[in-house]
Write a protein that binds this ligand. Structure first.
Ligand code: SF4
Length: 527
């Protein structure tokens, strides 16, 4: 195969995690030094299928967009460009290869989940970072033999230009921001031997210029919206212009997925209720319902499962009628089972229980309600969601700039209240990270050592809650030997790594107690 342009990503991004997008979060956790990479490739980030030419059958949506923009530009032919798993690079890169494009979401492990959970676990660097460096090493080795150039883009590009050294990583050009508009010219100039500046600012792609993908995406990801508009200061999509992709284009991307062996669709949006809106907090029911109806009709074409990436809690509460309709339509496409019953799932942002912090950093998140209504909005919205068979994953940010004891206490109260109401929401507390492309980028990174007891308690209570509702399903398949092994490993971890820091020990103790209780029960979950 003659490939002029090879597109790739770290192995943690070239996997469907057994078709479970929530498990992909685990790639931000520590890679324990004693666990071989082969074990992880086999059991966690199993590589996507590839054809006999090493072309990935499913690829990250961002790389699919770049692939499509290069082909659509007319500069490169379809057979000259491919998305390839990093472990196949040595098979496809030859003297004819001119440019390798890397898409990376979290190359240095500086994202919210990486910085929080690799440190909390304390077993080494995040897997995302480990795999990025593995990819860099392969490319460096190949560059000793062949004369190709390397471009890096993706939502994690800021990590390299702010905290990395592109030259030592072998990166010739960094693209910061959306890539569809600038990629054809960058790849063309590099492919003919011209120099390109080391840092290129990506441009917001006009919605009509976003190209339809040419191959299936991981999880069948199709974009509904880009950008947000609610204006949260800690978040990067808010810095992007909010755009809606036309229904026809969404359906075309979905059909490309179905025609190429995908039976899932992951609807990518910062909030499903944003679709078709003029102001982010005023949903447009008719357009949204038309979209959902059109997508669910794809059942006739082999579509089996649908998941929405995000929804906004205030919007879901405000337009309960629309939520009811969407839930009813999507339920038959749910794929996740909890305690023997299918549930719909998505990600929501709680972020804080403090109206004061909400008003300061994320005023738009609560609209059309008022900031002091936020804890009630969160609780009532989660209750509604459960009523319509949703069990969301909810993020909470601990240590936002100026968060004081009272703010943290309000967040803790909200966590306790969610638990007391028997809501099964999976709570993911995260340390505040000043993302390089958000309004708070100049603030300091938060560390566990700085946290107060109440802030640590937010982590401990959240994970105790998660274990209470989710561990039964997880451990039900464990045989006697697995259970014994798990007990031994927990004991070792508790006696060595966990006890080194008070915050780690506190969270670990809560998790261990719940797991031990779960393991000691005769688990019987109806299939
Ligand atoms: S609502 Fe969500 S996506 Fe929108 S700006 Fe806030 S955090 Fe970002």
């Amino acid at each position: 195969m003659f490939l002029k342009i090879v597109l790739t990503a770290p192995a943690t991004e070239m996997s469907e995690y057994n078709k479970n997008p929530a498990i992909a979060f685990v790639s931000a956790f520590s890679k324990p030094f004693f666990v071989p990479r082969e074990f992880l490739l086999e059991n966690m980030y199993r590589p996507v299928e590839r054809d006999q030419d090493f072309r990935a059958k499913f690829a990250p949506l961002g790389l699919r967009r770049i692939e499509a923009s290069l082909i659509q530009s007319g500069i490169f032919r379809e057979d000259e460009v491919a998305v390839v798993h990093p472990d196949d690079l040595e098979e496809v890169i030859r003297e004819d290869t001119k440019v390798v494009g890397i898409g990376a979401k979290d190359p240095l492990g500086l994202g919210y989940v990486s910085l929080t959970y690799s440190v909390l676990l304390g077993l080494g660097e995040p897997m995302n970072k480990f795999e990025f460096f593995k990819l860099v090493k392969i490319l460096k080795k190949l560059r000793k033999k062949y004369r190709f150039r390397v471009v890096l883009g993706g939502s994690g590009a800021w990590q390299i230009y702010m905290y990395g050294d592109p030259r030592s990583l072998g990166i010739d050009v960094l693209v910061d921001g959306e890539g569809e508009v600038v990629a054809p010219s960058i790849f063309y100039r590099l492919s003919v031997g011209e120099d390109v500046e080391n840092y290129v600012k990506g441009l917001a792609t006009p919605v009509e210029k976003i190209p339809c993908i040419k191959g299936a995406s991981i999880y069948g990801a199709v974009e509904l919206t880009r950008g947000c508009g609610r204006g949260c200061a800690f978040c990067s999509p808010t810095m992007q212009l909010k755009r809606d992709i036309a229904i026809e284009k969404i359906l075309k991307d979905a059909e490309v997925n179905l025609a190429n062996g995908q039976d899932h669709l992951l609807l990518v949006t910062e909030d499903i209720f944003l679709y078709g809106t003029k102001t982010p907090w005023e949903p447009n029911p008719s357009t949204l319902i038309k979209l959902v109806d059109s997508l669910t009709e794809l059942k006739r074409r082999g579509l089996k499962y649908i998941q929405i990436t995000h929804l906004n809690l205030a919007a879901a509460l405000y337009r309960k009628d629309v939520l009811e309709y969407i839930s009813f339509k999507l339920y038959e496409f749910s794929w996740l089972k909890l305690r023997g019953r299918y549930v719909l799932t998505t990600e929501v942002g709680i972020e804080t229980g403090s109206p004061k912090l909400l008003e300061k950093y994320m005023r738009g998140k609560v609209l059309p309600y008022k900031p002091d209504e936020w804890p009630k909005v969160v609780l009532n919205s989660l209750i509604n969601l459960e009523e319509y068979n949703w069990v969301p994953l909810a993020t909470i940010i601990v240590g936002l700039p100026s968060e004081d004891i009272e703010d943290a206490y309000q967040t803790l109260k909200l966590v306790e209240s969610i638990d007391e109401h028997g809501l099964r929401t999976f709570l993911v507390p995260l340390l505040f990270v000043p993302l390089g492309n958000c309004a708070l980028r100049d603030q300091a990174f938060r560390t566990f050592n700085e946290l107060s007891d109440i802030q640590i308690e937010i982590f401990a209570k959240s994970w105790k809650h998660n274990m209470k509702y989710w561990s039964v399903d997880h451990f039900k398949s464990y045989k006697y030997l697995h259970r014994v092994l798990l007990r031994i490993l927990m004991h070792l971890y508790g006696a060595t790594v966990a006890k080194r820091y008070r915050w780690r020990k506190k969270v670990y103790d809560e998790i261990r107690n719940e797991i031990l209780e779960c393991l000691s029960k005769n688990i019987n979950v109806e299939e």
